[in-house]
Each structure stands twice: as structure tokens, then as C-alpha cells.
Design a protein around this ligand. Structure first.
Ligand SMILES: [Zn+2]
Length: 80
């Protein structure tokens, strides 16, 4: 990814925005607010490499049930 000013999907303009990202690990889910480049045209989101690394770390913690740093904000339900 060398050109981050244009959307790789549609060529639209990218703007930096705070977005909520849902992450899953094991039976746990976390929401994290990060900066992403969001396409004005199609809504495609691009994340910086360090943000993707953060996602990996969070997912590992979720899988390991290492949740002491996180705040419980509610339960997740599956609708069958
Ligand atoms: Zn796009």
C-alpha cells in the first residue's frame, strides 16, 4: 500500500476519521475506536499497519481471556 490518498477499490477520496472497529477473539468481542482512512465514495476503510497490529494484540488478549484492561459495556447476544 504505497498510495493512501486514493481508495484502492473505487479510486475515491480518502479522509481520516475515527471509526469503531469490532474485534472478536474466542467468545469475546471488543469495540475499539481508531483512526482509519475512509473512502468518501464506497465507505471502504483502510487502517495503518500499527492499527492492524493493535487489532492483532487485542484479538490475542480476547482469545486468552486477558481482559483486565478492558471495560465491560454490555453483553453480546446471538439471534438465532
Ligand atoms: Zn472507495
Amino acid at each position: 500500500m504505497t498510495d493512501v490518498t486514493k481508495c484502492p477499490i473505487c479510486g475515491g477520496e480518502l479522509i481520516e476519521k475515527k471509526v469503531d472497529k469490532l474485534l472478536r477473539g474466542g467468545n469475546n468481542t471488543a469495540i475499539v475506536q481508531v483512526n482509519a482512512l475512509v473512502c468518501q465514495e464506497c465507505g471502504e476503510k483502510l487502517y495503518l499497519p500499527e492499527t492492524i497490529e493493535l487489532f492483532d494484540q487485542i484479538q490475542e488478549k480476547l482469545e486468552a481471556q486477558d481482559l483486565a484492561d478492558y471495560t465491560l459495556i454490555g453483553n453480546f447476544y446471538q439471534v438465532a
